[in-house]
Each structure stands twice: as structure tokens, then as C-alpha cells.
Write a protein of this length. Structure first.
Length: 310
């Protein structure tokens, strides 16, 4: 297990949208079981790994990375250190990450960094664990890491890390409205618990083990954006809107300008708008841009983490 001095390995992993996210009741362990349908979309994190005596990470890219930590708590460094520990590799790695997925945006950007890092370091170091073993390591790093490693479309249960691939026909056109602020995932979950307590008399009690709506899976299989728009759902949307009421205006504006539906992705604050076709997506992108929102047009599903040759 040696890596060539000066060699750079470039890996890429996608961000994700939760087209369905059901959150179970708060468990005794302080966590919630979830049931989600993930779709990987064409907004990518690029990781370049170079041999080094220790572990370091630096960031560039189209999103603000000033709040990101670069110490051992960073998820990409944790991924590299985990692989080194697991395989007995003695040196480190310098990671240069080009970020395009919004930070704390509900799209799994940090998870994509970790997934791409596992793949890049495995190739750089010649540890040759293979995708199955790397996927197992990914599951220990965070709920979304296995999915961004795998890509495509999948159902996630447990904490989102128990994955089964889902069939998806064709391509779906999405327009993402990116916020200039982040939302803390634990804070959004806490707000969900409070929301459920406040409205206990008005809403059905949360299930312990939620399931993905069969209509979502049918719409994905059929490649039908109209059918999917009818069943987009996120239990975290109400708490995210409660914490950041201005997001409601974004959803309203998108739907007024031709989006079939808009949904908060993950714990937010990114809003994912589903468009009927490419022309509708382009029109929506122009309308939201004219209203001074930061928007990105993407398609899904796309491949998971993979090695690229520069």
C-alpha cells in the first residue's frame, strides 16, 4: 500500500434531493427512524487527493465555504482517517475539495465529500477495498454518505443509511433555489418534535416506522413528473418553514412560475422545484433569477461517487 508522490486522484460525488421524507416518532435513543426516497442530481462535489504525511483539507467552489471546519471534525478528513485506520495505511492525504452543493443546505454536500474522499483515497493509496466494503465504511460516517456513494435513486430506511435501489425511468428536471444561509439539521428535527407537540390534537401521531408512499415509487418507475409532483412530501418542511418563514415565499413564487411542485430538500433550506420538462425548467430558472434568487438547474438521477481522470 503505497501512493505515488505527486499523483492526484480526482473523485466526484453528487448532491441529493429527498423526493419523499417521512420522519418517525422520537425514539428512546434520541433519534428518529426515517423513510426516504433519494434522487442523486447533477450538482457535484469534486475531491482531489494527493499523498501527504498527515491529513488536511481546503475548499474552493461556487458556494460560501467560510464556515466549514478544516480540522479532524471535517467529514472528509474523518472519511480518509477511517479508511487509513481500517486498512493500516500509515500516511495521510491532502484533500482539495471544489464545492458546488450548498453548505448546510439539505442536499448532502458534506456526505458527498466523504463519499468521494473514500473512493479517491482508496485509489490513491492502493488499498483496494472495493465498493461494497467502502459502502460499509460510508454507513458509519453519516446517514446520507452511503447514498451519495451509490447515487441513482434509492429508498433509505433506518436513519436513511439502509438502502435499496429504486427504479427510475428517464430524467427528471429540477430547479434548485439556494439560500444564502444554512439550517442546522438537529435544530430542524428538534423543531419537528416541538411542532408535533404543539399540534398533537390536530395531526395524526407520528408512526414509529414510516414508509415511502407507494405513489412516489410508481411515479419514479413511470418517469412521470406530474405524478411525482402530486406525491412530493417532506415531514421536515413545516419545521424548516417555521424556522425560516421566508422560504414559503420562494415556494409560492416557484409554483406561480410553472413549477409542478416545490419541496424543501432534506432539512433545508434548499427548495427543489420539479419541472414538467426542460423548457419549463429553463423558464422557471429565468423567473427565479429575475427575482434575485440563486438558482441552479439540475437533472436526476445521476451516478454516485466515481473516479474521474483529469
Amino acid at each position: 500500500m503505497t501512493s505515488e508522490v505527486g499523483r492526484i486522484v480526482h473523485a466526484r460525488a453528487p448532491g441529493k434531493i429527498n423526493v419523499f421524507l417521512g420522519v418517525g416518532s422520537l425514539g428512546d435513543d434520541g433519534f428518529h427512524e426515517i423513510a426516504t426516497a433519494y434522487q442523486a442530481v447533477s450538482l457535484y462535489e469534486d475531491v482531489r487527493a494527493t499523498d501527504a504525511p498527515d491529513f488536511s483539507v481546503s475548499f474552493t467552489g461556487s458556494v460560501d465555504t467560510s464556515a466549514l471546519r478544516t480540522d479532524g471534525s471535517n467529514l472528509a478528513i474523518r472519511a480518509a482517517a477511517l479508511l487509513a485506520r481500517t486498512t493500516g495505511y500509515r500516511r495521510g492525504v491532502r484533500l482539495e475539495i471544489e464545492k458546488n452543493v450548498p453548505v448546510a443546505g439539505g442536499m448532502g454536500g458534506g456526505s458527498a465529500d466523504a463519499a468521494a474522499t473514500l473512493l479517491a483515497c482508496d485509489a490513491l493509496w492502493g488499498t483496494e477495498l472495493g465498493r461494497e466494503d467502502l459502502l460499509e465504511l460510508a454507513a458509519t460516517l453519516g446517514a446520507d454518505v452511503p447514498f451519495t456513494f451509490m447515487g441513482g435513486t434509492a429508498v433509505g430506511t433506518g436513519h436513511g443509511d439502509q438502502l435499496s435501489p429504486a427504479l427510475a425511468k428517464g430524467q427528471f428536471q429540477w430547479v434548485l433555489a439556494l439560500a444564502d444561509f444554512g439550517l442546522s439539521t438537529p435544530k430542524v428535527y428538534r423543531e419537528l418534535d416541538l411542532h408535533r407537540e404543539r399540534h398533537a390534537l390536530d395531526i395524526f401521531p407520528a408512526e414509529d416506522l414510516p414508509t415511502v408512499d407507494a405513489n412516489v415509487l410508481q411515479a419514479l418507475r413511470a418517469g412521470d413528473p406530474h405524478m411525482l409532483a402530486e406525491s412530493l412530501f417532506n415531514d421536515l418542511q413545516a419545521p424548516a418553514l417555521h424556522l425560516e418563514p421566508r422560504l414559503a415565499k420562494v415556494i409560492e413564487l416557484g409554483e406561480e412560475n410553472g413549477a409542478l411542485a416545490g419541496v424543501v430538500s432534506g432539512s433545508g433550506p434548499t427548495i427543489a422545484f420539479l419541472a414538467a420538462d426542460l423548457d419549463s425548467a429553463l423558464e422557471l430558472q429565468i423567473a427565479l433569477s429575475a427575482a434575485r434568487y440563486t438558482v441552479v438547474r439540475v437533472t436526476g438521477p445521476v451516478h454516485g461517487a466515481r473516479i474521474l481522470s483529469d
